[in-house]
Design a binder for this molecule. Structure first.
Ligand code: C5P
Length: 224
């Protein structure tokens, strides 16, 4: 399935565990491609919302959607989120809201959506290598990747990080509701039937609660 000549590092874990930051740092350092699969799901959710495509209509419109669903990523600059480009537009701030996250999490539990996204994700695997960030990168999409990392952190720490991230985007959010939303989303992602969020058996699990990004990258490099 995975082209063995193209190296892939998968980085999975729950929201706010630091996947985006770490994936960005590694992609910039190695000059590899980056796949932010969460943003891919978010962009599909945004596209369906904008074009008023319901899940029921998705099956019939799949071919047409496929032609239009061309997303690319720019690792951007450290400290800022990975940029999401779609239909000649930078949709980063549009897709990275909590409202879109909630919508996305519901959509991502649907097998038809996951099947649709599967080949889109694998298309990102090009030379010189790929950093793939998500929930099922190591378990399903790039299951034979040589390096698999699973990042985790306490829910309080993850909520704090999310709040800082959203603040940087100019969005003010209440900590209590953020905690609740995060827990709800984690539960949905972990309990869903298709591609639930679990560490791959052959992954390295790193708790990032008490580590800064440089510390996490240092630890990952031990395993590369
Ligand atoms: O990582 P991010 O918060 O952007 O992901 C948004 C949502 O997309 C997640 O809560 C999850 O439901 C879904 N997702 C997924 N599989 C992935 C990446 C994200 O189901 N590989």
């Amino acid at each position: 399935m995975t082209n063995v000549n193209i190296p892939v590092i998968t980085i999975d874990g729950p929201s706010g565990a630091g996947k985006g930051t770490i994936a960005q740092m590694l992609a910039l350092e190695l000059s590899w491609n980056i796949l932010d699969s969460g943003a891919l799901y978010r962009t599909l959710a945004y596209f369906m919302k904008e074009n008023q495509i319901s899940l029921d209509e998705f099956q019939d419109k799949q071919n047409e959607i496929k032609k239009r669903f061309l997303v690319s990523f720019d690792p951007g600059i450290p400290g800022e989120p990975v940029r999401v480009l779609f239909e000649n537009k930078d949709v980063t701030s549009i897709v990275r809201t909590e409202e879109m996250a909630k919508l996305t999490s519901n959509l991502a539990a649907e097998p038809i959506i996951r099947e649709f996204i599967k080949p889109c994700q694998r298309d990102f695997m090009t030379l010189p290598g790929l950093i793939a960030d998500g929930r099922d990168m190591g378990t399903v999409i790039f299951s034979d990747a040589k390096h698999k990392i699973f990042l985790t952190a306490s829910v309080e720490e993850r909520a704090k990080r999310r709040q800082t991230q959203l603040k940087r985007q100019g969005l003010e959010v209440n900590m209590r509701s953020l905690l609740q939303e995060l827990e709800e989303r984690d539960r949905k992602d972990m309990e869903r039937e298709h591609s639930p969020l679990v560490p791959a058996e052959d992954s390295v699990i790193i708790d990032t609660s008490n580590l800064n990004p440089e510390g996490v990258v240092k630890e990952i490099k031990i395993y590369l």
